[in-house]
Design a protein around this ligand. Structure first.
Ligand code: 0O2
Length: 210
């Protein structure tokens, strides 16, 4: 039977949609509260999505697994995906702390690809959380991946996604090397912009205290 017509699959996708709604609402509350308390918005923009049918299928194929509902639930950790894009490096870690200290989600896994970038050059902070969804007679926990990154990292990742990320293994050497170099430039840019941010912050604090 076609998986799309399978009841188990449709139920799983329904729960992923519930989890995304819950995740968006809870994050919205946490960020609004942060803005209220600190008079500062650490977020540039937020984007979210449910992974497409084809993308789920491709990911399972890449992992050498059959396209079954059970394999999706156990092995595709980003069916629910949300990306938080920040201006400055310190904002990224601020957001990570906000999410980690929230009682709404259980952090299942985390990868700091900013301190430890991938070989491709990819940088971002990944948090895999379990989002509670309250159904009629029970609560279930659904996995979601939150990617937190700066605008500069987001720019690199989005270009890389179009240029090289999903190419087969034998991607042209020039492309691979050049993208890794661009990623280093992005890291330098983020560091110098962070420095400027700190200068401006000290300057504003000084004015306030005068
Ligand atoms: P898409 O199309 O962006 O959704 P897992 O998710 O844990 O099963 P993996 O690959 O070990 O699999 O997890 P990881 O390393 O946390 O990466 C998950 C996602 O990070 C990817 O999802 C991409 O969105 C992004 N990512 C990781 N590496 C790169 C990279 O080199 N370049 C770019 N542009 N993005 C990257 P998908 O499903 O692979 O792709």
């Amino acid at each position: 039977m076609n998986l799309m017509e399978n009841n188990e699959f449709r139920e799983a996708m329904l729960k992923y949609n519930f989890a995304l709604k819950r995740l968006e609402t809870e994050l919205d509350i946490l960020i609004e509260e942060y803005k209220f308390n600190n008079g500062y918005n650490p977020v540039e923009h937020i984007k979210s999505r449910i992974k497409t049918f084809d993308s789920i299928k491709n990911k399972l194929e890449r992992k050498g697994l059959y396209f079954t509902t059970d394999n999706i639930i156990r092995n595709v950790h980003d069916v629910v995906g949300l990306r938080i894009v920040c201006s400055f490096l310190s904002d990224v870690y601020e957001i990570v702390n906000i999410i980690k200290s929230s009682k709404e989600f259980i952090v299942k896994d985390e990868s700091d690809y900013i301190r430890n970038p991938k070989d491709t050059g990819y940088s971002s902070y990944h948090l895999n959380v379990l989002v509670p969804i309250h159904l009629f007679d029970r609560t279930e926990y659904i996995e979601a991946e939150i990617q937190i990154r700066t605008v500069a990292m987001d720019c690199w990742a989005s270009l890389d996604h179009k240029l090289s990320y999903k190419l087969p293994e034998d991607v042209p050497e020039e492309l691979r090397i050049s993208m890794a170099r661009r990623a280093r430039e992005i890291r330098d840019l983020d560091k110098s912009v962070q420095h400027l941010y700190e200068i401006v912050k000290d300057y504003k604090d000084k004015i306030k205290s005068e």
